[in-house]
Design a protein around this ligand. Structure first.
Ligand code: C2E
Ligand code: MG
Ligand code: MG
Length: 533
């Protein structure tokens, strides 16, 4: 038998079925089955190839088509498990990376955080050590950021932080870095290789970028910043100390009225220590009888006595007289101001009861007190306990106090005025937005800050300002008092410019009530100022 199809052979062959022998049928079947098996293998290999290609392309999210249908049997199931595991690992890796990113960056601005800043400034210090340079650590705080939040909303506050961060980061150069430490606090450093100009240029550049005006919710916000800096190695050898010193300098800059950029000075440490000690001692000062209320006259420009301002005095056993300008902010920070304020209020109301009934009594109310919804109740209590007529009490409030929490301040002021108590704006002109203050809040008196009066005889600019404030007062029907009048020339000028009332050393220093009563000053309505008869 040759190797050719048997069907070509004669029909007479009895073993033929359909022209094929059993062997041939077997062979054909084997061929077909083989081809089928081969085809399945090709398909399976193709699925395998696709699966491997997808794994290689990192497409791990969805199962590979064909694997699930079992074309690859156990191999397919194993591959599917590999894919799932890889997908899980990738997610985990991404999460870990994100966590690692978050651990080193600030979520809102994307800037490095305190941790990452420490790593970078350490590297800068090491580099400066190698090349004999310096490192400037800079702490930056946005002034009145809370006011921006309160006034324009938290979204606007966030936009300011993001905008400032993006703008400042864009101007950074080699050897410099910027970080956000939280809230409205930023930190920066520069590896200095040149002179002082290099540092000034860096600070100017950062400040300009951080303070760029920003449009948000229909308003233009112009942030301002306070900057503190300290230099490695002159001001501190260690990183923590370097940053702490810059922070201390920043707080000093913030507290000051004029300098918004300060370099650390060892004297600041002494001040910080003194502040801590004073807070501890202030807590018990009232009980130890170290506190007293003094009274300073407020006069009509013609010399008539109108009333007194109550001014708190602290005689410390060792330090002697501590200025309220120093201890009132400490009392605010330590939460002691409510108790102190209540005590002054009661003392002042009681003192007013001993003075002629036409004289008013002015009491200073701090920003922290004004945000306390319980204040009107406590004022009413002091009036009731002492029997003072509400119309004789005037509360002096600074513009800054009004700006701290606008809504709450408006509500508290409304309730105070409803008691019949009068409200004066103290230290007017040095706040954030003076015009805004008097147009929004109904007040009964404007007190021009003494810094304008101090130099208005010599400086036309201060005169212009005083006269502008008087015009504002006139247009609102509110009398204006000039604070800090020390000379006849200042008194004459205050009168000429239209101030209705004056207060200052020309008329007398703040004095204890007993002395005032003993000298009989209060009894004489229309009392002449000192030296004027
Ligand atoms: P203030 O309310 O503006 O008080 C006027 C300050 O100017 C007083 O300083 C007063 O002694 C001073 N002064 C008055 N006349 C003159 C003058 O002719 N020349 C100069 N250079 N200064 C003059 P003082 O008593 O040191 O108080 C400082 C600040 O401390 C006050 O400023 C007030 O803001 C705050 N303060 C004082 N007592 C209290 C209080 O009981 N409660 C609160 N919350 N603050 C108070
Ligand atoms: Mg005052
Ligand atoms: Mg004042």
């Amino acid at each position: 038998m040759g190797w050719y199809p048997s069907g070509l052979r004669g029909q007479d062959d009895g073993a033929v079925l359909g022209g094929l022998t059993g062997l041939e049928i077997g062979l054909c079947l084997a061929l077909v089955l083989g081809a089928l098996g081969w085809w399945r293998l090709v398909l399976a290999l193709r699925v395998l190839e696709q699966a491997m290609a997808r794994l290689a392309r990192d497409e791990l999210d969805a199962p590979v088509p064909g694997l699930g249908r079992g074309r690859l049997g156990r191999v397919g199931a194993a591959l599917e498990q590999v894919r799932e595991r890889l997908a899980q690992r990738r997610t985990l890796l991404a999460e870990n990376r994100y966590n690692a990113y978050l651990a080193q960056h600030d979520g809102l601005t994307g800037l490095p955080n305190r941790l990452q800043f420490a790593v970078r400034i350490d590297a800068a210090i090491a580099a400066a050590q190698a090349d004999g340079g310096q490192v400037a650590a800079v702490m930056i705080d946005i002034d009145r950021f809370k006011h921006i939040n309160d006034r324009f909303g938290h979204e606007a506050g966030d936009a300011v932080l993001r905008g400032a961060a993006t703008a400042a980061q864009a101007v950074l150069r080699e050897g410099e870095a910027l970080a956000r430490f939280g809230g409205d606090e930023f930190a920066a450093f520069k590896h200095l290789r040149g002179g002082a100009d290099e540092l000034e240029e860096f600070l100017d550049r950062i400040e300009r970028a951080l303070c760029a005006p920003l449009d948000s919710h229909g308003a233009t916000i112009r942030p301002r910043v306070s900057i503190g800096l300290s230099l490695w190695p002159d001001d501190a050898q260690r990183r923590e100390q370097l940053i702490n010193n810059a922070d201390l300098a920043m707080y000093r800059a913030k507290a000051g009225r004029a300098r918004k950029r300060l370099r650390y000075d060892p004297e600041m440490d002494e001040r910080a220590r003194r502040r801590g000690a004073l807070v501890d001692e202030l807590a018990g000062a009232c009980a130890r009888g170290e506190l007293a209320v003094f009274y300073q006259g407020q006069h009509h420009v013609d010399g008539t006595l109108l009333g007194y301002e109550a001014l708190l005095r602290w005689t410390h056993p060792q330090l002697r007289a501590v200025s309220p300008a120093e201890f009132i902010p400490l009392a605010e920070e330590a939460g002691l101001i409510h108790e102190l304020g209540d005590w002054v209020l009661r003392e002042a109301c009681a003192a007013a009861m001993k003075l002629p009934p036409l004289l008013s009594i002015a009491v200073n109310v701090s920003a922290v007190q004004l945000t306390d919804p319980g204040l009107p109740h406590r004022v009413a209590l002091a009036l009731r306990q002492t029997g003072l007529a509400p119309a004789r009490l005037e509360l002096e409030i600074t513009e800054t106090a009004l700006a701290v929490n606008r809504e709450r301040a408006v509500a508290v002021l409304g309730r105070l005025r409803a008691l019949g108590v009068r409200v004066a704006i103290d230290d007017f002109g040095v706040g954030y937005s003076s015009l805004d203050t008097v147009s929004v809040y109904p007040v009964d008196k404007i007190k021009i800050d003494r810094c304008f009066i101090a130099d208005f005889v010599q400086h036309p600019a201060s005169r212009t300002l005083v006269s502008a404030i008087v015009s504002i007062g006139e247009s609102l029907g509110v009398p204006v008092l000039a604070e800090g009048v020390e000379s006849e020339a200042q008194l004459r000028l205050a009168q000429e410019l239209g101030c209705r009332a004056v207060q200052g050393f020309l008329f007398g220093q703040p004095q204890p009530l007993a002395l005032i009563l003993a000298l009989g000053q209060a009894g004489t309505l229309g009392a002449r100022r000192r030296g004027a008869g």
